[in-house]
Ligand binder design. Structure first.
Ligand code: AMP
Ligand code: MG
Length: 209
C-alpha cells in the first residue's frame, strides 16, 4: 500500500522531499493522476517505467511550473508561444525541440531530440513543481494498458503495492488525458486527442494534421 499524503502544505512538503530524494510519487493533475519523478534524474525516472511496466521507447511528458520554466528545456516558435499563452496552465502538451543543453534525463524523452512539455492547471501540482524547482516527468499513474486513474483510490487499487506515495486531492476535473500537439514541423500535428479540440487549436494557429 502506498502512503496517502493529503494535498495540503504539509503533504505537499513531504511529496517534495520524496521527489528531491529520487523517489516516485503519484500526483493529482486536472486531467488524470500522474506518476511523477524528477525529470533530471535517470534512476528516478527508471522507477516510473518499472512500476508501470511501461516499454522504454514510450517517452514521458515533463510537467512544468510555468512557460518560463518550460522554455529552459525546449526551443519554441511563434505557434508554440501562442498555444502556450492561450492554453497554459491547462490540458495541452506541446512536443518541441529539446534544447541542446537541457538538463532532462535521456529516458524521459526515450532518446529523442524532442521534449513533451505541459504546465498543469491543478493548484497542488503547480505548487509541488514550483517548490521542487525542477520538471516532473509523469505518465498516468496506472499499470501500462489499464485505465487512467482519476481518484487516489484508483491509483491505490491499481499500483499501490508498487509505489511509495500518493498525493491525494480528490477527483480529477477533466478525467481525460491532455491533448498532445507536435509543433516541431512546418504543419502542427495532433498526436493525441484530448480535452482541447482540434478546432480550438486551429482557431489559433491555422490548419493542423
Ligand atoms: P502518457 O504519458 O501515457 O500520457 O503518454 C505520453 C505520450 O506523449 C507518449 O505516448 C508519446 O506519444 C507522447 N510523447 C511524449 N514525449 C514525446 C516526444 N518527445 N515526442 C513525441 N511524442 C512524445
Ligand atoms: Mg497513460
Amino acid at each position: 500500500m502506498a502512503k496517502i499524503l493529503m494535498a495540503n502544505d504539509k503533504g505537499i512538503a513531504e511529496a517534495v522531499d520524496a521527489l528531491v530524494a529520487g523517489k516516485i510519487v503519484a500526483i493529482p493533475t486536472e486531467t488524470v493522476y500522474g506518476l511523477a519523478a524528477d525529470a533530471r534524474n535517470e534512476e528516478a525516472v527508471a522507477q516510473i517505467y518499472e512500476a508501470k511496466g511501461r516499454p522504454s521507447f514510450n517517452p514521458l511528458i515533463s510537467h512544468m511550473a510555468s512557460f518560463e520554466m518550460a522554455m529552459q528545456y525546449a526551443e519554441y516558435d511563434e505557434r508554440a508561444a501562442l498555444l502556450a499563452q492561450h492554453f497554459w496552465p491547462g490540458p495541452l502538451t506541446l512536443v518541441l525541440k529539446r534544447k541542446k543543453d537541457a538538463n532532462i534525463a535521456g529516458n524521459v524523452t526515450a532518446g529523442l531530440d524532442t521534449v513533451a512539455v505541459r504546465v498543469p492547471a491543478h493548484q497542488a501540482a503547480r505548487q509541488l513543481i514550483k517548490l521542487c524547482g525542477f520538471p516532473l516527468a509523469a505518465p498516468s499513474a496506472n499499470k501500462s494498458g489499464t485505465l487512467s486513474p482519476t481518484t487516489p483510490q484508483h491509483v491505490q487499487n491499481n499500483m499501490g503495492a508498487d509505489i511509495p506515495f500518493i498525493l491525494a486531492s480528490g477527483k480529477c476535473k477533466c478525467g481525460v488525458e491532455s491533448t498532445i500537439i507536435d509543433v516541431t514541423g512546418d504543419t502542427a500535428v495532433i498526436l493525441r486527442p484530448g480535452t482541447i479540440t482540434q478546432e480550438e487549436v486551429e482557431s489559433l494557429i491555422g490548419p493542423v494534421d
